[in-house]
Design a binder for this molecule. Sequence first.
Ligand SMILES: [Zn+2]
Length: 391
Amino acid sequence: MEEGEEELANKESTRREELEAAHDYRRQLQERSAEGYEVAGKEARLRWVDDHRELLADIATTSWGPEPTGLGFAEFKKELDGTPLFTPHDDPLTQSLIAMLCEEVENACRDLGIPLRSGIASGSTPALQINAERYSVPLTEASVLSLSSGFITFCSHVSKVFSLSVLHEADDHEIRVSCNPKLVIAKIGASEDLKGYWTRLFGAYAFGSGPLEFEHRLVSYPASVTRIRLLQSMERFSVAHEYAHHIADHGRREIIGAGKDPEAIGEEFEADLFALSLDRYIGTWSNPFSASGAAAVLPLKCLECVNRVRRVFLTGDDVAPPRTTHPETEDRIAAFDGSDELAPDHAKRSFKAMREDFSVIVDEVYKRVRPIYVEMHKQGLRPLDSTEWLP
Ligand SMILES: [Zn+2]
């Protein structure tokens, strides 16, 4: 073996060992967060898929029209069956979703020549709160990326309620989407169903039972197309944000919404801009919600609403003390403007306008549903585990 080759082989074996250590670290995190929750094993999940063949076929037909694209039933099952599980607590459904997202991000990094150090061990925890976290693994160049079950369902619910709220017009050639806040708010205001959906979204996640509160809900064509675009982009942005912290070897631990590192604010802006650029690169500018950065606005704005409602449930009011480690949501979104430098000139204004529309829609919805939570607090409603999570 040549000397250079030997060095490469050593590096590779260190990388593998460190990644293995990272998965073990992740298993410990899962065990810490798993108290009281059962994680369905692989067998149980595959059985569930078998028992729900018709439901899954329905979802495909309703969402995609009579000629479903995407994974068919058999492929879906095969994909789940083939998903590598690294710890005894890994769930094949979430693990396959996260693996797919990480693969996209890592491929893009490789294309762009961005080194991934020893790599990231990724997976989920069964926690119901909305957590997307990155931990650096001590004494290694590896990190853990952990998405809570609450985070995954939250993105799904936000993408559903938002896609159902905006206006669609479709013909044989294209789907036109209007996100004009006046029209969207009027549509929500005229629909008891949509009002209820938004109210439950903020309320359930603030109460602490988010993932458990929603019955299965189909989004039909053409809103289903918007829904998938929003969801992919929101998830990619969030995962790429955590990758940014790993790549730049930022602070020791990352939590969306909490932490104690005074340098953290600058790191958050950096991670956001990296995530936006990467989402645009992967979305190849063809997903308007990726290209504009509007999809990335959604989880930030909606999480802010959940935190406010949480505060209302705890105290009766939603005035929060200024944050010390994460920048305010408004500042984060304003900083997205910096990412437009690379956008085509004709698109810059419309990108910013779309991000602003998304922000305004969430703010206006919140303003209208807030009194409901104040009333719930008056009636005595308090969140689960009120000591554990103070926004
Ligand atoms: Zn961050």
